[in-house]
Each structure stands twice: as structure tokens, then as C-alpha cells.
Design a protein around this ligand. Sequence first.
Ligand code: ATP
Length: 213
Amino acid sequence: MSDAPAPIGILGGTFDPVHHGHLRLALEVREALALSEVRLLPSAQTNLRAGAHASAAQRLAMLQAALGAGYAGLAVDGREIARGGVSYTIDTLLELRAEAPARPLCFIVGMDAWNALPRWHRWQELLDYTHLVVASRPGAELLRHPAFEHAWAPAPAALLARPAGLVHVCPIPLLPISSTDIRARIAGRRSIDGLVPPAVAALIARDGLYRAA
Ligand code: ATP
């Protein structure tokens, strides 16, 4: 028996708002890799896209409401919002690594995020601190970043045997839901039922979020 700390997954994002696509993604990867938990980690600001629509506090509150008591194995990690400023994943990974030097960390990225990885701050250092788990539609073609070519790990078990350094592609069925589409529906006064947990829909309605196009 190894006494290494239990492996965890990290799903970073804007979560503007969180939706069932995010939750299913986190749950599917948790199950596929036998992770003890997946933490949903909202960014404060990102330098890669236009500003968020809801405030950081509102996005965090929606995530907390989404998880409620209903999702065993998922948690919210508010450290980037607490830190403030522009959120760089590398800074967050440095913090997580300092907290648990031997813990296998699996940073989860969707296909779009994986393909855009070379735009991330210090992206070539990411594997020094974490594994990368790329969630992709079965059969989808992924970019192969030459800098990470050495790191491909076909078997998920390899990720649990060391703290960082591998790239694993996890083929999972992805729900066709995006925050962009949800915001457009709200601005168009259309229903978002079934796309977000009811507690999130209630917060959006209470605070009148996303009503301006
Ligand atoms: P937006 O539409 O505003 O770009 P989004 O719905 O893509 O937002 P993000 O918060 O940017 O949500 O996404 C966080 C992470 O979740 C990213 O890695 C993204 O690829 C992934 N993701 C988002 N939607 C889905 C989905 N429906 N299925 C699987 N992964 C998703």
C-alpha cells in the first residue's frame, strides 16, 4: 500500500454560469480516474478572454449553490477569487503543490482549452506540477503539442502512481451545453431549465443576471 495522499482533480473555468456540462465533466473524469474528489475552481479574471458577465462573488455563489448537498466527490475551491487579480493556472498549481508535494494532481481541460494551451502563461511548466487530463469526445482529433509529446499516458493508472508530468486523454460523452448559450437564452428570455441545477437558476433569477444581451 502506498501512503501517497489521495489523487484529486481540478476543473478550472469561468463558470459564468456553472452548468450541467461542467458537473458531468467533473463526475465523469472523477469516475474514470478513480479520483477522491474533483474541485471546481473559478478564475477571478483571466487574461485570455473578455471579462466575466457575473461578478466573481456571484459566480462563486452559483457554484456553491450548484453543488449544494447533491454531488458527492465534487467541491468548490475559491482560491483564485480570494487571491484576486488575473488568475494564472501556474500560480494556483504552485500553491496546490506546496500544500501536498506527493499528491497526484489531475488538471482537467476540455478540448477547446487543450488546443489553446500554448496561449497560457508559462504553459510548458504546467506538467512540472500536475498531470493534464484532456476530456474529449470519443473519436475527436486533438492537437498534439510537440512540447508534451513525451508525456502521453494511455492508461489512467499511470497518473495515480506519480504526482505530475503526464497527459491523459479521457474520452467521455460531453453534453452540448455552454455558458455562452445559457447567457444568450436568458438575454432572449428563453428557458434554461435542465441546463443548470435549479438552485443556480434561482440565483440567476433572483439577481437578474445575464438579462442584458
Ligand atoms: P463559455 O461558453 O462562456 O466559454 P463554458 O461553458 O465553455 O463557457 P468555462 O467555464 O469556460 O465554460 O469552462 C470550464 C471548463 O469546462 C473548460 O475546460 C471547458 O472546456 C469545459 N466545458 C465547458 N462546457 C463543457 C461541456 N458541455 N462538456 C464538457 N466540458 C465542458
